[in-house]
Design a protein around this ligand. Structure first.
Ligand code: FES
Ligand code: FES
Length: 153
């Protein structure tokens, strides 16, 4: 066990955990930020995607001790009022079905657009490819990413 200081959604938080504990466990079980979901636990589905210094990463595969000097953003911290352009585009296209994968999808899309504001179809597909949706909302996700890019331009 160790006391680890984290910056989560702009706030300083302190947790007493094993530094090897996956960040996802800390986010959900210690900090009670349950918008980030557990899907596979092996970095294969994208449900647990958060931003580490603005880059989309899989929190199930990241030991919390490795992110103590980084800014972690979860879906709860993406915008204050749920009005990030990606979230607005998601609403416009009525993207979610069951919703389970969607926080991860949105975090991946937001990271893509902050690094590449005008992605073409191939880039959107390549970036979103690792986020699995069991409900098959891929067509709406793709369209919403394009709409979000327009909102950001
Ligand atoms: S739960 Fe992390 S990638 Fe599936
Ligand atoms: S909306 Fe159900 S898993 Fe994606």
């Amino acid at each position: 066990m160790a006391t680890i200081q984290l910056t989560i959604n702009g706030n300083q938080r302190s947790v007493d955990v094993d530094p090897e504990m996956p960040l996802l466990w800390v986010i959900r079980d210690e900090l009670k930020l349950v918008g980030t979901k557990y899907g596979c636990g092996i970095g294969a589905c994208g449900a647990c995607t958060v931003h580490i210094d603005g880059i989309a990463m899989r929190s199930c595969s990241l030991p919390v001790g490795e992110v103590k000097n980084s800014a972690v953003t979860t879906i709860e911290g993406l915008s204050e009022n749920g009005d990030h352009p990606v979230q607005l585009a998601w609403l416009e296209h009525d993207v979610p079905q069951c919703g389970y994968c969607q926080a991860g999808q949105i975090m991946t899309a937001a990271s893509l657009l902050s690094n590449s504001p005008d992605p073409d179809d191939a880039e959107i597909s390549a970036s979103m490819n690792g986020n699995i949706c069991r409900c098959g909302t891929y067509t709406r996700i793709h369209a919403a990413v394009k709409t979000a890019a327009q909102k950001l331009s």
